[in-house]
Ligand binder design. Structure first.
Ligand code: DP6
Length: 354
């Protein structure tokens, strides 16, 4: 008999950034973070997990975008499979009539509909979809909650824990050495603030220079600014942005989002040797959004948009629905080469690509 389940998971884009681990093996962060989960129209991972008694024992396999990945002993994938099998085993121990799927090998096939490792959070949706498909295969829900699953997804990639929820999601970093309190919780569902839209400006879909896993630990090891961020910047912002979301206060949301993106990239610059994720096009978009906001506020209206950047040059803009057409028109004007088929692709002829 074959058992099989397919799940998809969306990308999430942090507005309070996760950058740094206190435990690199369990993936425990140095600070809390908060993200918005995007809808699945443009960016998603789709994963199918299959368990078959006839698969050779003791050999789980995984294909990512058609290429087989090695599941290394002691590695992140191994840990995710093992933790999920442990949960299945507990279920089987309670109910002897269940097939012993926990003992069978699993084959997993995962596809992203967007470029991997271009700073578009592919590891987040990828690991979230892996955990969701194994949870479905093993029929773990509802006994096992999404927050419990997020604890396992976290061990695949930190940001993945936030992709198990839609809407507005906090990753509570926790303080336990075991990681038992390091998990994602919903701050508000997507339906709470459907007026907020995200616009992805693909500045470059090339693989980024410094992968986030290595980059963040270099920042932990060398940046005094990161220590300030962890102690004095993030805690207040977590509370303030959660309040802004609850009150649907776009001005406050935008101000904190942009400030946190800039603080995160300042920490990257404060790293030795420094890490540069943003390029000239990224910075031109920052100036454009700042100028749009200034003009709008001068007219007594609120902010137009907020920008945020992850470990890459691509911009994600958040804006109220009513502003999106105008933002697109301005972007079109200043970036005449922008391509609007899917997400917005931007290029700036004079910009050197790092
Ligand atoms: C800048 O989750 O990719 O996107 O836990 O090592 O897999 P690992 O790192 P990852 O880092 C994401 C960093 C970020 C900020 C964020 O998503 O919060």
């Amino acid at each position: 008999t074959i058992y099989q389940a397919t799940c998809s998971a969306p990308v999430n884009i942090a507005v309070i950034k996760y950058w740094g681990k206190r435990d690199t093996s369990l993936i425990l962060p140095t600070n809390d973070s908060l993200s918005v989960t995007l809808d699945q129209d443009h960016l998603r991972s789709v994963t199918t997990a299959r368990a078959d008694a006839s698969f050779p024992a003791g050999k789980d396999r995984l294909w990512l975008n058609g290429e087989e990945e090695t599941i290394q002993d002691g590695g992140r994938l191994r840990r995710c499979f093992d933790e999920m099998k442990k949960l299945r085993k507990a279920k089987e121990d309670k109910d002897a009539s269940l097939p012993k799927l926990s003992e069978w090998s699993v084959h997993v096939c995962s596809e992203n509909n967007f470029p991997t490792a271009a700073g578009l959070a592919s590891s987040a949706s990828g690991f979230a979809a892996l955990i969701a498909s194994l949870a479905a295969l093993y029929e773990l829900q509802p006994e096992v909650s999404s927050s419990e699953l997020s604890r396992i997804a976290r061990q695949g990639s930190g940001s993945a824990c936030r992709s198990l929820f839609g809407g507005y999601v906090a990753w509570q970093g926790g303080s336990e050495a075991s990681g038992s309190d390091s998990l994602a919780v919903e701050v508000a569902p997507q339906s709470h603030w459907p007026d907020l839209q995200a616009l992805i400006c693909v500045v470059s879909d090339a693989k980024k220079g410094t992968p986030s896993t290595a980059g963040m630990q270099r920042t932990v090891a060398t940046s005094p600014l990161l220590q300030h961020r962890i102690q004095h910047v993030v805690p207040g912002r977590m509370k303030a942005i959660s309040d802004a979301i609850r009150q649907r206060d776009f001005d406050a949301f935008a101000e904190i989002t942009m400030a946190d993106s800039n603080n995160f990239h300042a920490c990257c610059l404060d790293t030795a040797p420094p890490i540069f994720y943003m390029n000239d096009v990224s910075r031109a978009i920052v100036q454009l959004v700042e100028e749009l906001n200034r003009a709008s506020e001068a007219e007594g209206k609120g902010k137009m948009a907020a920008y945020t950047y992850d470990a890459g040059s691509n911009a994600v803009l958040y804006a109220p629905k009513a502003n999106v057409a105008q933002i697109l028109a301005v972007v079109r004007h200043y970036f005449p080469n922008a391509d609007f088929d899917d997400t917005v692709s931007l290029s700036w002829p004079s910009a050197p690509s790092p």
